[in-house]
Design a binder for this molecule. Structure first.
Ligand SMILES: Cc1ncc(COP(=O)(O)O)c(C=O)c1O
Length: 337
């Protein structure tokens, strides 16, 4: 895997830190837990999309784009970061936002919504829950092209083979840090949503023959649909990067027991996990992604899924900006030190 040959923009200036979660490790009395601070990546507020956008926006620029089109949920971190990357590159950015099942669009909402306006999205189109987002984005792209613009559609979550390269690169970064610090990771635990993060890590570790298990904690779908989604993206990414596809599908591990009633819908486990990280380590997670992933990790540890001597790396994919969109969510104390 020769990543240097793929066009890339740079939005972060150093490796993100890997920190030992001493208090959490002691509290759970299981494996030693580390955290990869991808919430500290560059652009407006950091998070996993920044790594994907380094490759996606480079491709947009190579294609002469003047306008980036993308979409996501009402509190989409992906939309915030895509917009920030576009602004940094002097490009326009138009967003399509999908309403939630029970959450209509509120133009005055805090969190990421506030930042869409602050960063100056050129337009925001709101569509009802269940809309075909890909079709909406392509229709907008065609409209822009008819008007003489050069649009570039960034897929939902930045999850295609180009976006996944960002996380194949992250796998290399983790291996380098592991070597520098003399730390061997047995397992990596990460969010499994649109899939680029998990798929990229799987391909990146596999390309280096590193025997690290990547555990994807689903945030929206059951395994029935999530495993094929991740497996396809793993194959596409391996193909794009010329990585051998040998037994790659065997490396796809997803857990669908922590989604709760659905995407963005809070769970008790998520609330406990977000409070636990905040109150033991002073680290902010979010309610939609990393809170559910941490709830999964805590539960797996309590169930004895890891050995005491294991080193487990939790990838913090960002998202805490959305905490400000729902100020009463953490009113009940489910975790008290
Ligand atoms: C904070 C955060 N974590 C995790 C994810 C999921 O990552 P992926 O879509 O690559 O599976 C997202 C996706 O939007 C996100 O915003």
């Amino acid at each position: 895997m020769l990543l240097a040959k793929y066009p890339r923009r740079r939005y972060t200036h150093a490796k993100t830190p890997i920190e030992k979660l001493t208090h959490l490790t002691k509290l759970l009395n299981g494996p030693t837990i580390y955290i990869k601070r991808d919430d500290l990546l560059g652009l407006a507020g950091g998070g996993n999309k920044t790594r994907k956008l380094e490759f996606l926006i480079a491709d947009a620029i190579r294609n002469g784009a003047d306008t980036i089109v993308t979409g996501g949920a009402l509190q989409s971190n992906h939309c915030r970061l895509t917009l920030a990357a576009a602004i940094k590159e002097g490009l326009k950015c138009q967003l399509i936002l999908e309403e939630g099942v029970a959450t209509p669009y509120n133009p005055n909402a805090n969190g990421n919504n506030l930042l869409f306006n602050l960063l100056g999205a050129e337009s925001i189109k709101v569509v009802p829950h269940g809309s075909d987002m890909l079709a909406e984005m392509h229709a907008l792209g065609e409209e822009l092209a008819m008007a003489g613009r050069t649009p570039y559609v960034v897929p939902i979550g930045g999850s295609n083979e180009l976006g996944s390269v960002g996380y194949a690169a992250c796998a290399q970064e983790i291996l380098q840090q592991s070597f520098e610090d003399g730390l061997v990771f047995d397992d990596v635990v990460v969010a499994s949503g649109s899939g680029g993060t998990q798929a990229g890590l799987i391909v990146g570790f596999h390309a280096s023959s590193a025997p690290i298990n990547v555990h994807g904690i689903n945030v929206s779908r059951p395994n029935e649909t999530q495993i094929p989604l991740i497996t396809n993206l793993v194959h596409q990414t391996a193909d794009y990067l010329n990585v051998s596809d040998n037994h790659l599908a065997d490396h796809v591990h997803c857990y669908d027991g922590y989604v709760g009633e659905g995407y963005t819908i809070p769970t008790q486990g998520m609330i406990e996990a977000v409070q636990m990280l905040a109150r033991t380590e002073g680290i902010l997670l979010d309610s939609v992604y990393t809170g559910k992933v941490m709830a999964g990790l805590i539960d797996l540890i309590r169930k004895g899924a890891f050995k005491k001597e294991d080193n487990v790396l939790f990838v913090h994919t960002g998202g805490s900006t959305s905490l400000y969109a729902n100020p009463t969510l953490f009113d009940d104390d489910l975790f008290v030190l």
